[in-house]
Ligand binder design. Sequence first.
Ligand code: PEP
Ligand code: MN
Length: 338
Amino acid sequence: MLVVMAAHATPEQVAQVVQAIRAMNLSPHPMPGATRTAIGITGNINAVDPRTLEILPGVSELIRVTKPYKLASREMHEADTFVKLPRTTIGPGAFTLIAGPCSVENEAMILRTAEFLMERGVGLLRAGAFKPRSSPYSFQGMGLDGLKILEKARARTGIGIVTELMDTDNADAVEAAADVIQIGTRNMQNFSLLKRVALARKPVLLKRGMSATLEEWLMAAEYVMAGGNYQVILCERGVRTFSDHSRNTLDLSVIPPVKKLSHLPILVDPSHGTGKRDYVPPMALAALAAGADGLLLEIHPDPDHAQSDGAQSLDFAAFDRLLESLKRVSAPLGRVLN
Ligand code: PEP
Ligand code: MN
């Protein structure tokens, strides 16, 4: 349910509606707009009759939101969401690059990558300190020591940090180290984790579950938003299909429906989406053309000796070539690379 206030409604009238919603044991989500404020209502709406709100002063109309995801839907929030970060803003009009190695492997390679990216105007470094690996015998990441290295890279270069949170135990440490908290594909429906990052004061990059429908994905975003964190960035990283020519099937066809049904920004990860570095540049350009708001790319100073995901990582020269192509294509599409 969405309460639309009249354009002339006073802050006191908005506060009165917010209070009335709380009194019904529901959660109010005030959304100030350019001309008027709307207040989203979440909670078990069947238990009460929110139509009683209609008669409160300053209320213009009540709109029923039909989708099961409410705060993530365009029905409730028509305007696009822009996620503001220290160095960039993610959202329509821009095309934001986030890049880095799959894992934090040591300090030197992270500092080198951070400097390389900053020289090219890429202000977000992504690397995992905690790694969800299919095999317990594979490199599991450097953990807390890896977070320290990422913090050092930010202090030295000013680059923003995107890193994955795998479990609630490490939430405080990851939240402190990260500018954006990544939730990986395997955790898209880890509801305890989603409820924890809902309390975080950092934006959340929510990767699509490898077998998740769009509705399940938006419901996962809803968990984060319902808990009070509205700064959610979606990330398509490929889904499982019968195709075996690539690691996953990068579902670029999900971008237009995401844009139609939701106001949240969406990035594309062509590295995990293809699993092969040669396939990354064409799919990166296709993501730009299909309307994504940016890319999550795996790059590595020496991909052939990477501890994880080397096969899908670009070396620095290949990243430079892709950057040139993206620059050429973004301008005619009216997008600004950042
Ligand atoms: C990663 O980003 O390195 C990662 C593990 O991604 P995903 O969760 O998409 O598999
Ligand atoms: Mn990876």
